[in-house]
Design a protein around this ligand. Structure first.
Ligand code: C2E
Ligand code: MG
Ligand code: MG
Length: 681
């Protein structure tokens, strides 16, 4: 035990403060020496020591020879002892040393604890700093969000990828990075963490890019899900490469149209639908005539440009749902679906041929090409795209043999179909010609009021005076004109002609009657009322001279629109009648909604009167129903006196038929008018 340098005596409060200071500022031997010095000062002893130990079983206090010793404990274990000596000691001194030891133990214990906590805290801090350094080092962008999708962290990679700093991004909802309103993706997020997906995101610059996104759940210390960790990588380049590959694999580079492979896929898909719906479909194989000559003489560049322009014209000539493909070279293919009758394909084939009518202006040349087209029909000629293409190709070969003849540039694979088609095509091109060359004429058939016997109307019926074939009946060309759309031109001509004729009779001061014009469903569009009004105006014709006959099929379209058009026509003062009534399927409940004036009993029922009891019943029913709904009723096709008598008895208002008046040319009809045409009493 060493004698300490003279130490100023300390009281207990002073020595407590000194112990506190020492514990906070000193370590190891220095601390121990200071504690010994403080003990000596407190007990005014020449010698004072602090001897550290670890966990020995020191008695708490004991008397030494010429001195005192007191153990220091912390957390129940002995951590050292004080010793003082060099003077006689009393019980009081012992108490003081005991107090000092208790204080020292408590202070050392608290300081140890504080130090350990500080250390652990520093360690956690360092770990976090490491982690965020690691996150910032990796190139992937990593972000976390809470369960509502609000961003809670944002690494350097995310800053680089999106262009937003962490300050700008943290706290905002993840949706602000979405390129499309893909809310369902956010739901997939929440439900299926860990999934890998390809998504589109938007950068701060507005640029949209493809990213691969993988998500994993973020959990708290108790393993409860608190959000998601998202890893994103930019995969735009890979996507673009894939798209380029896809385009190369499925499209013709030159024209941008689908190639044979994609065509086959699309057609096969459509055929499964056609099979389910039991509809027909056609594949057309198109080969350009004279292309090889042009390519060979004017060069590949001109040839390529010609193909590009032809492709554009084909695409523009077809409906969106039709598929057109470039097979390579000068060959194209077209898929037509949801067809009612296979001969509709010939109309499309003609359209494609007409798309090539105008010359191509390329490199200072005016180039003309035609097309030979082969048609294969599903399901007759094949059940899949490849077979149909092969059959259409064979048919195209046959069409090419006849390419010089404009009607023969199209051929069906089936010979029997060809025959009908050629006839149809002859009629179609003939009718086009007829329209422009005065081959059409109108005949007029009178309609009589049964009760008074007066002539009250007439029906204008179109006739085609073919220079070679003579008179062609409308039954041969009207249905065809309806499928090709040519009916619109024919109908336009008829309306014009009928109004012109009625205006002549009006000016001549003849008693007025209703002149009926047949209007097909194709013409019954919202522009019809204006067309009618315009025609009336131009001919200065009173509207009560005109009537439009429509068939039940017209009513089957968009009902509200049909009613609108009818209202407009009524508003003009023009009457409407429902032709061929009883042959269609118009629902009786709808019938009362249509603003029509007259129901026309179809000729097929009139024919059976009076022998066929069901025809009689139908005619009687139509008459009484028509009257109850406030319509006039007329019977067409009245050929016998017996029919006329039956209709008179049943209360039918009017009659039209060969019995008292066949359709006649205008001059002959006019003679009847002037002679005061009436039914014999
Ligand atoms: P529709 O409108 O039902 O015309 C009545 C048809 O019955 C006319 O035939 C007429 O000549 C015929 N007919 C009239 N009375 C008798 C008769 O007593 N006995 C017989 N056997 N026939 C009679 P057409 O002129 O051959 O017309 C046939 C159909 O062609 C018309 O039926 C109509 O649907 C259509 N059609 C005629 N002209 C036009 C037109 O200008 N435009 C439109 N869209 N269709 C027309
Ligand atoms: Mg008619
Ligand atoms: Mg009729």
């Amino acid at each position: 035990m060493s004698k300490l340098p003279a130490a100023a005596p300390l009281d207990f409060v002073g020595s407590s403060a000194a112990v506190c200071d020492a514990v906070l500022t000193l370590r190891g031997d220095a601390l121990h020496a200071e504690l010994g010095r403080i003990a000596a000062a407190l007990l005014s002893s020449p010698y004072g020591l602090f001897l550290p130990c670890s966990g020995c079983a020191q008695p708490p206090a004991m008397a030494l020879e010429g001195g005192l010793a007191q153990g220091v404990r912390a957390d129940g274990a002995c951590i050292g002892r004080y010793e003082v000596s060099g003077r006689p000691y009393r019980l009081e001194d012992w108490r003081q040393l005991e107090g000092l030891a208790a204080l020292t133990g408590t202070l050392l214990q608290m300081h140890g604890l504080a130090q350990r906590t500080t250390h652990a805290y520093a360690q956690v801090e360092a770990q976090l700093a490491h982690q965020s350094q690691i996150l910032d080092q990796i190139h992937e962008s990593v972000l976390t969000m809470d369960r509502m999708g609000y961003i809670t962290s944002w690494n350097k990679g995310a800053e680089q990828l999106f262009g937003y700093t962490a300050l700008e991004a943290v706290g905002r909802n993840i949706l602000f990075l979405y390129a499309d309103e893909a809310a369902q993706e956010a739901d997939a997020f929440a439900q299926e963490g860990g999934r890998m997906m390809e998504v589109r995101r938007r950068k701060k610059s507005g640029e949209v890019f493809w990213a691969s996104l993988s998500l994993s759940p973020l959990r708290d210390l108790e393993d409860r899900p608190v959000g998601l960790i998202a890893y994103l990588t930019d995969i735009t380049e890979r996507k673009l490469a894939e798209e380029r590959l896809h385009h190369l694999a499925y499209y013709q580079e030159l024209t941008g149209l689908p190639n044979r492979r994609l065509f086959a896929r699309l057609v096969d898909q459509a055929l499964t639908v056609a099979q389910r719906n039991e509809t027909s479909a056609c594949v057309l194989y198109v080969d350009l005539n004279r292309f090889k000559l042009i390519n060979g003489t004017l060069g590949l560049q001109v040839g390529d440009e010609l193909l590009r322009q032809a492709a554009q014209r084909f695409r523009a000539a077809l409906r969106d749902e039709d598929v057109v493909a470039h097979m390579g070279g000068d060959e194209f293919a077209v898929g037509l679906f949801d067809m009612r009758q296979h001969f509709e394909a010939t109309t499309v084939a003609r359209k494609l041929q007409m798309a090539l009518d105008a010359p191509f202006q390329i490199g200072g040349h005016d180039l003309r090409v035609g097309a030979s087209i082969g048609i294969a029909v599903y399901p007759q000629d094949g059940q899949d795209a490849e077979t149909l293409l092969r059959m259409a190709d064979i048919a195209m070969g046959r069409a090419k043999e006849n390419a010089q003849h404009p009607d023969h540039g199209v051929a069906f694979y089936r010979l029997d179909m060809n025959h009908g088609m050629q006839q149809r095509m002859r009629i179609e091109s003939g009718l086009r010609h007829a329209l422009g060359h005065g081959e059409l004429a109108l005949h007029y058939q009178p309609k009589f009021e049964i009760a008074s016997g007066r002539l009250v109307g007439a029906e204008a019926l179109v006739r085609w005076k073919h220079p070679v074939r003579g008179m062609i009946p409308p039954s041969e060309f009207i249905p065809l004109a309806e499928t090709t759309g040519l009916i619109v031109q024919v109908g336009g001509w008829v309306l014009e002609q009928a109004c012109a004729q009625a205006a002549i009779w009006q000016r001549a001061g003849l008693p007025s009657f209703r002149l009926a014009v047949n209007v097909s469903a194709r013409e019954f569009t919202p522009s019809l009322p204006e067309r009618v009004a315009d025609t009336l105006r131009r001919h200065d014709l009173q509207p009560h001279w005109l009537e439009l006959e429509i068939t039940e099929s017209t009513l089957m379209h968009d009902i509200e629109q049909v009613i609108d058009i009818m209202d407009c026509i009524n508003a003009l003062g023009v009457a409407l009648s429902l032709d061929d009534f009883g042959t269609g399927y118009s629902s009786l409940s709808y019938l009362k909604r249509f603003p029509i004036d007259t129901l026309k009993i179809d000729r097929s029922f009139t024919t059976g009167i009076p022998a066929d009891s069901s025809d009689c019943a139908i005619a009687t029913t139509i008459i009484s129903m028509g009257r109850r709904l406030g319509h006039r009723v007329i019977a067409e096709g009245v050929e016998t006196v017996a029919q006329m008598e039956f209709l008179r008895q049943a209360g039918c208002d009017e009659a039209q038929g060969y019995l008292y008046g066949k359709p006649l040319p205008a001059e002959e009809f006019e003679q009847g008018l002037r002679a005061d045409w009436v039914l014999p009493a």
